[in-house]
Write a protein that binds this ligand. Structure first.
Ligand code: NAD
Length: 254
């Protein structure tokens, strides 16, 4: 039956940046669909972990600073395999944004954003893909893109470059990993109400300009994105590979 193809029973998912916001909604959505979930973050993850336990799923919390992705990725994947028995789904969600004009944009901000938003997904996906290949049962890797995978934005050069890079990296990964039945896709969220967007929501003029441009007429919520994550993590999307899917209330259509 069609709804059975969305089930994730027996799967192990890893979600980065799962302590709050969109990552929390992805982790809970995957658990509701049946997966055991490993959470990775620098902040406390007890709220997310409690909600997953309440669903009767196994949960593992790992504290890691993904600005050091090259060092942390092998440890993270090894811990997940040891504690949860394997890796079937990886969601590279952790991300930051630094707003500073292009001409003044500091090297520190540029390097930090690129390390968390682009390099960490590369290193984690590399480790996860090796594990998935060794397991021999395929897998799903979901990267998190942005409207700025398609548009330039303002004041956020590192963010725009990282999210453009994520879209390209996702295609490369799909090309190389499809032969192992590993699908790699990306979700491009529109304007979603989280901590990440609090500064622009609190700027009345920016907030109005954004709302006026969203055909749906409202900010998105993390829950708006969770169903797309479950779909891309499930057998229902087995023939979808290498694409970046917007979930944006119509923003890109405008
Ligand atoms: P958020 O700031 O609420 O959550 C980001 C999470 O990543 C947090 O839990 C944070 O602790 C974690 N994180 C940050 N730096 C980390 C590090 N060095 N190591 C480990 N974890 C770290 O943001 P969000 O809005 O939930 O964003 C989640 C993802 O969605 C990001 O990749 C973001 O770029 C993307 N996104 C968000 C929006 C939006 O409108 N909110 C739009 C497009 C894309």
């Amino acid at each position: 039956m069609i709804l059975d193809k969305f089930k994730l029973d027996g799967k192990v998912a890893v979600v980065t940046g799962a302590g709050r916001g969109i990552g929390q909604a992805y982790a809970i959505g995957l658990a509701e669909a049946g997966a055991d979930v490993a959470l990775v973050d620098v902040i406390d993850q007890s709220e997310t972990a409690g909600k997953i336990k309440a669903l009767g799923r196994k949960v593992l919390t790992l504290s890691a600073d993904l600005s050091k992705g090259e060092e942390e990725a092998p440890r993270i994947i090894a811990e997940v395999v040891k504690e949860l028995g394997g890796v079937d789904i990886l969601v590279n969600n952790a991300g930051i944004i630094k707003r500073e004009p292009f001409t003044e944009h500091s090297a520190a901000n540029w390097n930090l954003v690129l390390s968390i938003n682009l390099s960490a997904p590369f290193f984690l996906s590399q480790q996860a893909a090796k594990q998935m290949i060794a397991q021999g049962r395929g897998g799903k890797i979901i990267n998190i893109a942005s409207m700025l995978s398609f548009q330039g934005g303002i004041l956020v050069p590192g963010y725009a470059a990282s999210k453009g890079g994520i879209k390209s990296l996702t295609m490369l990964m799909a090309n190389e990993l499809a032969k192992y039945n590993i699908c790699c896709n990306a979700i491009a969220p529109g304007y979603i109400a989280t901590e990440n967007t609090r500064p622009i929501r609190e700027d009345a003029a920016r907030n109005k300009a954004i709302l006026d441009r969203i055909p749906a007429g409202r900010w998105g919520t993390p829950e708006d994105l969770a169903a797309l994550c479950v779909f891309l993590a499930s057998p229902a999307s087995d023939y979808m590979n290498g694409y970046t899917y917007a979930c944006d209330g119509g923003w890109l259509a405008r």
